[in-house]
Write a protein that binds this ligand. Structure first.
Ligand SMILES: NC(=O)C1=CN([C@@H]2O[C@H](COP(=O)(O)OP(=O)(O)OC[C@H]3O[C@@H](n4cnc5c(N)ncnc54)[C@H](O)[C@@H]3O)[C@@H](O)[C@H]2O)C=CC1
Ligand SMILES: O=C([O-])CC(=O)C(=O)O
Length: 338
C-alpha cells in the first residue's frame, strides 16, 4: 500500500476547516515557554480547534488569559502546575514543547538528562487521562524523546504507533526556505522531503527528488545540506545563550498540527514527513524513522518509502542510520529503567 506520491502536503485547501462537527480539543504542554506561547497563538487561529488547554509548570494561566481574547471561536483554558490531569481531560491532540532548550556549545543530546524525565512523566499522564490522544513531540532530543513516549505508553498498555509523532517539520520548513535562497525560486516550489531524524547528520534532505533541488551541485550542494542539517545551530548561536528556535518552531509545530487535524477530520491525501514508528529500516534495527507519512482519521495511515536517492543521498543516509539507532536505543534504555 505504499505510494511514491508525496504531492499533497500541509498546504492543502482549507475546505474541511469550516465543519464544526470536526472540531477538536487540543492541549499544549509547555505552553508558557518560548515555543509554547507563539504555538498557542497560532493554534487559537486554527478553525479545527474547538478548545485549547494550555498547561505549564509556570505561567500557563497568564498565557491562556492573553490568547483567549483573540476573536476566534475556540475556548482557551490555562492550567497551573498542579492541574495536569484536568488539562488533559477529553483532549484528542496533545502537543509537547515542554523542556529545556540548547545553549551554544550543546548538542540536542545534551538535553537528554533533563528532558527525558519531563517527557516521560507527561506521556504517563496522557496514558492515564487521555489514552487515545495523538501526541506531537517537539521536546528535544526528538530522536530519543519519541521512543521514550512510545515505551511509556506501552508500559501503560495504551500504545498505538499511529498516534505518536516526532515533529520534524522545522527541517522541512528550513529546507524549503534555504533551497529557495540558493535557487531564487519561491519556497512553495522548493518543498523538499526531509527524512531520518531531527539532529545534525540524522537529518537527510532528499533534494534530488524535486526539480529545483536536483540542479544544486558541488560546493553549493554541500553547503546547502550542511545548513539544513545544522540550521538549529544558527539560531542557538544568534540567540547567544537565550535559547533556540522558538518562532519558526511554533510556525512549524502549528503547520504539522494543522496537517494532523485535517487528516483526523477526514481530509484525504495529507502527506508530510514526521518521525514515527516505521518499518522502513526495521531490518537495520531502527524502529523509528521520519519519512513522508499520510495522515488520516486514525493518525498515521500510510508510511511512504523514500523513493529514488542520488549517490550523495545514499551517503547521507548511511551516515544517518548509526547515529539515529544510538539515539533511539538511548531513549528506549531510559524508558526501560524508569
Ligand atoms: N522539534 C524541533 O524541531 C524543535 C524542538 N525544540 C525543543 O523544544 C523544547 C522547548 O523549547 P523552548 O520552548 O525554546 O524552551 P523554553 O524553556 O522557552 O520553554 C519550555 C517550557 O517548558 C516548561 N516545562 C518544563 N518542564 C515542564 C513540565 N514538566 N511540564 C510542563 N511544562 C514544563 C517550562 O516551564 C517552559 O515554559 C526544547 O527541548 C527544544 O530543544 C526547539 C526547537 C525545534
Ligand atoms: O537546535 C535546537 O536545539 C532546536 C531545534 O531542534 C531546531 O532548531 O531544529
Amino acid at each position: 500500500m505504499f505510494s511514491r506520491s508525496a504531492s499533497r502536503t500541509f498546504t492543502q485547501s482549507r475546505q474541511f476547516s469550516s465543519s464544526a462537527a470536526r472540531q477538536t480539543k487540543v492541549a499544549v504542554l509547555g505552553a508558557g515557554g518560548g515555543i509554547g506561547q507563539p504555538l498557542s497563538l497560532l493554534l487559537k487561529q486554527n478553525k479545527l480547534v474547538t478548545s485549547l488547554n494550555l498547561y505549564d509548570i509556570r505561567g500557563a494561566p497568564g498565557v491562556a488569559a492573553d490568547v483567549s481574547h483573540i476573536d476566534s471561536p475556540s475556548k482557551v483554558t490555562g492550567y497551573p502546575a498542579d492541574q495536569l490531569d484536568q488539562a488533559l481531560e477529553g483532549v484528542k491532540v496533545v502537543v509537547i514543547p515542554a523542556g529545556v532548550p540548547r545553549k551554544p556549545g550543546m548538542t540536542r543530546d545534551d538535553l537528554f538528562n533533563t528532558n527525558a524525565s519531563i517527557v516521560r512523566d507527561l506521556a504517563a499522564a496522557v496514558a492515564r487521562v487521555s489514552p487515545e490522544a495523538h501526541l506531537l513531540i517537539i521536546s528535544n532530543p526528538v530522536n530519543s524523546t519519541v521512543p521514550i513516549v512510545s515505551e511509556t505508553l506501552k508500559k501503560a498498555g495504551v500504545y498505538n504507533p499511529q498516534r505518536v509523532f516526532g515533529v520534524t517539520t522545522l527541517d522541512v520548513v528550513r529546507a524549503a526556505r534555504f533551497l529557495s535562497e540558493v535557487t531564487g525560486a519561491h519556497p512553495d516550489e522548493c518543498k523538499v522531503t526531509v527524512v531520518g531524524g531531527h539532529s545534525g547528520s540524522t537529518i537527510v534532505p532528499l533534494l534530488s527528488q524535486i526539480a529545483h533541488g536536483k540542479g544544486v551541485k558541488g560546493e553549493t550542494y554541500d553547503k546547502l545540506v550542511h545548513r539544513i542539517q545544522f540550521g538549529g545551530d544558527e539560531v542557538v548561536k544568534a540567540k547567544d545563550g537565550a535559547g533556540s528556535a522558538t518562532l519558526s518552531m511554533a510556525y512549524a509545530g502549528a503547520k504539522f498540527a494543522d496537517a494532523l487535524l485535517r487528516g483526523l477530520s477526514g481530509e484525504k491525501g495529507v502527506v508530510t514527513p514526521t518521525f514515527v514508528k516505521s518499518d522502513l529500516f526495521a531490518q537495520e534495527g531502527i524502529e523509528y524513522f521520519s519519512s513522508n507519512v499520510e495522515l488520516g482519521v486514525n493518525g498515521v495511515e500510510n508510511i511512504h518509502p523514500l523513493g529514488p536517492l542520488s549517490a550523495e543521498e545514499e551517503k547521507l543516509l548511511a551516515a544517518c542510520l548509526p547515529d539515529l539507532k544510538k539515539n533511539i536505543e538511548k531513549g528506549e534504555a531510559f524508558a526501560a529503567q524508569s
